[in-house]
Design a protein around this ligand. Structure first.
Ligand code: ADP
Ligand code: ASP
Ligand code: MG
Length: 408
């Protein structure tokens, strides 16, 4: 008998029947004798709808007011779920992020959790109540509401599990667990029984939205016992842990796709020391996160540097580069935002030199051109044309998992 944190995503609480279903899962766990804390997302597309509503009134609304608005979605689902549990005759209390002790920094719309003061939650658990907590939000040092970034309820749940020293953190969603690729788009994708924190962190960062990447980072840091499973099927899910058992054959654990990418190239930079430093320190000052970087070999005393960034940073980055054009002294900026980053992740690839070649061969056979490559010990990413993105994921997945699938 211990503390279990259960997180339910937007699809899992999308309507009355689903809220009742979630209430059933929570109360079944409670009946087994556990202390249960549930963290809920906003219902269905509520957060998107609120963003649209705000844009109708003020397309340039301040981030503070946006957070004030967006945090309400989670309050609705939590109150409704608590009401459903009341009808079932169990003691229950719903709490907002601030009531549950989430203290964050002041980066509205993308706030980081600084600490959790769990006294209120613990007091409710002591009274044997089921506690329902709004995901995605906290308060800053001014007592203003902040939100944690899209998909942030996963991070709320893991952070609460860490603060409460919970025995288990279950992330209930609309798929059975973590798959080798997004099961909605990739034929032959299959569920993994286990995955290592490091691999999942890469997959989440590289576009697999099934977990918010900061939730995985936090789970690893505090060694949270994490599981991803379906709120609909009742089947066992995927365990995320320090070291995962893997089939010997699987050098690759998953394929991810990220379309939120833009590529910039600075053409005709001077081929002399300090250019990369000047360029990237400027971008760091602008708080632009740079991902893949490619520098050409100098020729005729000039060189080119290409790099990728998030699409939402494109306008700001271009502006900063143009403003400092004289200092950087490039001939031209070339921008392409019709690109996608496709990545493979696997702790087993470091000892298997053929993995990169296998990925490139699959793309070559499909006639897909690669414009940039980046590698680390456990991942390889390539930049391709956005129109090729889905096909690229499929052929790469077939290449690495086709044989395993045939044997299954
Ligand atoms: P929730 O609302 O429960 O937080 P999300 O929509 O954020 O759910 O995440 C679940 C979705 O993640 C799935 O419906 C699936 O389409 C997508 N997804 C992307 N990559 C993967 C993957 N490797 N394994 C499982 N699901 C994935
Ligand atoms: N409701 C928020 C979103 O849609 C947070 C979450 O669901 O995790 O991004
Ligand atoms: Mg999510």
């Amino acid at each position: 008998m211990g503390i279990i944190v259960q997180k339910f995503g937007g699809t899992s609480v999308a309507n009355t029947d689903r809220i009742r279903n979630v209430a059933r899962i929570i109360t079944e766990t409670y009946r087994m004798g556990h202390s249960v804390v549930a963290v809920l997302s906003a219902q269905g597309d509520t957060t998107d709808d609120l963003i649209e509503k705000a844009a109708e009134i003020n397309p340039n609304a301040s981030k503070r007011e946006m957070d004030m608005l967006l945090s309400t979605g989670e309050q609705i689902s939590c109150a409704l779920c608590a009401m459903a549990i009341e009808t079932m005759g169990y003691p229950v209390t719903s709490l907002t992020g601030w009531q549950a002790g989430f203290r964050t920094n002041s980066a509205y719309s993308d706030a980081r959790i600084k600490r959790i003061e769990p006294e209120r939650v613990l007091a409710e658990l002591d009274k044997k109540a089921i506690v329902i907590v709004t995901g995605f939000q906290g308060i800053n040092k001014y007592d203003d509401v902040t939100t944690l970034g899209r998909g942030g309820s996963d991070t709320s749940a893991v952070a609460l599990a860490a603060a409460l020293h919970a025995d288990l953190c279950q992330i209930y969603t609309d798929v059975d667990g973590i798959y080798t690729a997004d099961p909605r788009y990739v034929t032959g994708a299959f569920k993994l029984d286990e995955i290592a924190y490091d691999e999942m962190l890469e997959l989440a960062t590289l576009g697999a939205q099934v977990l918010h990447n900061r939730s995985v980072e936090m789970a690893k840091r505090y060694n949270v016992n994490l599981e991803v499973l379906s709120s609909f099927s009742g089947k066992p899910g995927t365990k995320v842990k320090e070291v995962a058992k893997n089939m010997e054959k699987m050098h690759v654990s998953g394929v991810a796709k990220d379309k939120n990418v833009a590529r910039l190239a600075l053409i005709g930079l001077a081929d002399q020391p300090g250019i990369a430093f000047t360029l990237f320190s400027l971008l760091a000052k602008e708080k632009v996160n740079v991902d893949i970087i490619l520098q050409s070999i100098g020729r005729d005393n000039t060189k080119d540097i290409s790099f990728t960034i998030k699409k939402e940073d494109l306008a700001r980055t271009k502006e900063a580069l143009e403003e400092h054009a004289a200092r950087l002294n490039f001939k031209k900026i070339d921008v392409d935002d019709n690109v996608a980053k496709i990545s493979i992740v696997g702790a087993g690839m470091v000892n298997n030199p053929g993995v990169a070649a296998g990925m490139f061969e699959a793309l070559y056979n499909a006639g897909i051109n690669i414009s940039m490559i980046s590698t680390s010990e456990i991942k390889i990413s390539v930049l391709v044309d956005v129109v090729d993105a889905e096909r690229a994921v499929q052929v790469i997945h077939d290449r690495f998992f086709g044989e395993i699938n045939a044997e299954r």
